[in-house]
Design a binder for this molecule. Sequence first.
Ligand SMILES: [Zn+2]
Length: 263
Amino acid sequence: MMYVDFHSHLQDERIIDLSAVVERADKENVKFMFSCGTNEEDWGCLAGVSTKYKNVIPMFGLHPWYVYKASIEWKNKLEEYLDKYDAHVGECGLDGIKNIDMELQKEAFLYQLQVANDRSKVCVIHSAKVWGEMLSFIKSHANKNQELMFHSFSASVEIAQELAKYNSWFSLSASILGKKDSYYKRLWEVVPHDRIILETDSPDILPRDGGSKYSQNNLNEPANLPYIAAIIAEKFGFSVEEFMEIINNNSKQALKSWMKIDL
Ligand SMILES: [Zn+2]
């Protein structure tokens, strides 16, 4: 069975031995790893990582946690990276976990949403604890045809139903675990089945159950994706084979349309 990790941060400085991480991913059949930049300081490192490891696909963006420390040239710099690597946009979005000025977040997010739309690129979106605000933002500013990828999606079924009216991808990580059983059944009814993909968000969101094969320094890594897929499959009431057949079709579709990679 093959796997694609659609969201991670492999340039993160907490990862001490990236070549071992990439090797273990390979061993577990994780074929590609999308890695998202978060701020001007990690874009260069991410570019280096993606040059060194051909199965690491870079995306560049300004994460809402870092909007307050962006330089005045961040937009130009971002567009240079997007041009040079023909990259998709993200991680960007809105956050309610850290107490960061919402107007500043919205300005940066709007710009990135529009840049992605202008370039016909996917916009990879972070949304945490502000789903109501996210939904009204999308309703006011997103182009109906532009591709949106909601990473670590774990919002309510009602929000999912609204976002499904857009050209949305729902990327699931271990953050979706721990909901009531009824949630998964209802979510499955409203989310288009050809738009569900998987991610680890490494080095974050290590499953809390302690079952992951790789958990050095309590960090998550792409090689845990088969385990994460298995526990998510169970929540949705599928065998891992049934679930991965759906996910693999979607992953192939996404790789083909986003990256012109034919698997
Ligand atoms: Zn992330």
